[in-house]
Design a protein around this ligand. Sequence first.
Ligand SMILES: NC(=O)c1ccc[n+]([C@@H]2O[C@H](COP(=O)([O-])OP(=O)(O)OC[C@H]3O[C@@H](n4cnc5c(N)ncnc54)[C@H](O)[C@@H]3O)[C@@H](O)[C@H]2O)c1
Ligand SMILES: [Zn+2]
Length: 373
Amino acid sequence: VKKTSNSIDAPFSVDWVHRLRFTDDALEENGALDTLIQELTPAKTLVIIDNGLFSTNESFQSSLATWCKRTESLCDDPILIEGGESAKNDPEIANRVLHEINNHNLCRKSCVLVIGGGAVLDAVGYVTSIAHRGIPLIRMPSTTLSQGDSGVGVKNSVNYFGKKNFLGVFNPPFAVINDISLLHSLDERHWRSGLSEAIKVALIKDGELLHEIEKNKDALIDRDIEAMKSVIQKSAELHLLHITQCGDPFERLNARPLDFGHWAAHKLEPMTNYSLSHGDAVAIGLAIDLRCSVHLGLLDTSIANRVISLLQHLGFPTNHPELHNPDLLDGIEEFRQHLGGQLTLLMLQGIENPIDIHQLDDAIVRQAIEELM
Ligand SMILES: NC(=O)c1ccc[n+]([C@@H]2O[C@H](COP(=O)([O-])OP(=O)(O)OC[C@H]3O[C@@H](n4cnc5c(N)ncnc54)[C@H](O)[C@@H]3O)[C@@H](O)[C@H]2O)c1
Ligand SMILES: [Zn+2]
């Protein structure tokens, strides 16, 4: 503690444990969920579910019904909310969850269990973070993207003023359960969506994972669940270890390595009215930043081409008509504003060899885009 006659600077830290479980049957008796609930011993549990998952996945419906019957702390039937980006765009959805928390008198000793895609997890995580300054949350991500990336993070947010993630907080959940059996009902776009984030994190941190995705690319598009499970589990672990072990969990520094390829992705999503999935937008953003890395004289063109071909093979778009819209370039400044401080973008010099840059000329981005169109 630093103290003078008129100031006190008292540093403090709070210990967190980020709990992540991998399973193929989270709801079985004494399975991952029961064990975590026993550990938390909430007085009440409220369950919120992404309707996109619930309405398409019959095996989930029946195991949920069985789980609900035997779970004593459950305070109501599960509440269904609309999935996808509207969960974050429509303030009525967050409001409704707040009302449910209030109506059921949930408190900081209660638990909210949320099961769904990244958008529903983000919105419900935001609400549980602000209600009573934080109700413990168990997340069960149900898309490849949320299991491999967003669901294991510490960010919770909704869109506001037409801006993505404008309202939000850093707040780790009590636990995350990745249940691979939830994924089989995903449509094609959301089945692949976690793979662009896996490629992103592999490019920065794990060349072997990139090899694995290349080797298994046909199995991955043929919906081989074991192939997907391995990639998603490694991606989740790399993301979680980055957040918990790299010294900047709440993103106070300018550098955001996990946002490789994201300045363009974050701009393209609202520009296309969210018709592009986050995973597809990230694939396009990666393709742009790989080509930019080449034009900056940092990256061998053969590596950029190899990764872009892999993305295409997996079914991802690597261009879009909106890339010709000059508004796209505003995404660089918006990215800087969102982080505050100096512009910091990650580019690649090679696999597992990233570098931060602080300026990206429009001409280089335009050249990169021309090559992708
Ligand atoms: N918090 C973070 O750190 C972070 C990081 C990356 C992305 N995100 C956010 O995550 C969101 C994208 O999440 P997403 O890619 O998971 O998509 P999503 O949440 O938009 O869901 C996509 C669609 O799939 C449906 N769905 C979900 N699970 C299903 C299942 N098992 N079977 C059938 N349908 C199912 C949903 O209802 C929805 O219609 C974006 O809002 C993005 O900003 C957050
Ligand atoms: Zn992302």
